[in-house]
Design a protein around this ligand. Structure first.
Ligand SMILES: [Zn+2]
Length: 164
């Protein structure tokens, strides 16, 4: 399915195709969080276990700023959705207030790149409607609204700058 967002002339990155990844897939990489001790950027890294889903891989949190470290094991449970790390429940580093008090958030650079591609696109293609809901299919309406595009792209650029 093709969704035409608006009719303005394009300028390059016009078309976005849903890569059909889920938020769980995104958690297979390092997640940037706010260090609970020093407030700088800490990294929540997965410890992959063959044959098991991402949400049940052990994880390790390390802050290079102050050497804070912590571990998470699957028995502790995880909570998904919102600007909080699902495992350690710390605020995500990539978080921005925009669009009237909404919070834009991402786990890491690839997640942010996906949001930038989606928000900036003038044509949005959904993949085949099969399997579970993709991350893109679950995005809230305010992230999809053409009226919010410029503000969202500015917020995303600020977040990119915070990890470059
Ligand atoms: Zn720290």
């Amino acid at each position: 399915m093709l969704c035409v967002v608006d009719e303005r002339p394009g300028d390059g990155e016009d078309r976005f195709r849903d890569p059909r990844v889920s938020l769980y897939d995104m958690a297979a990489e390092d997640i940037y969080v706010v260090c609970p001790r020093c407030g700088q950027r800490a990294i929540d890294s997965p410890r992959p276990v063959a044959g098991r889903p991402v949400a049940s891989w052990p994880r390790r949190l390390v802050c290079t700023g102050c050497a804070y470290a912590a571990s998470w094991s699957p028995g502790e449970g995880s909570r998904w959705g919102g600007p909080v790390d699902p495992f350690f429940r710390l605020p995500l580093w990539l978080r921005a207030q925009c669009c009237g008090g909404r919070t834009l958030w991402a786990f890491h650079r690839r997640h942010l790149d996906l949001l930038r591609g989606y928000v900036g696109a003038r044509l949005r293609e959904r993949g085949a409607e099969s399997g579970g809901m993709t991350l893109v299919a679950r995005l809230p309406h305010w992230l999809k609204a053409a009226d919010n595009r410029d503000e969202l792209l500015r917020a995303i650029a600020r977040l990119h700058a915070s990890i470059d």
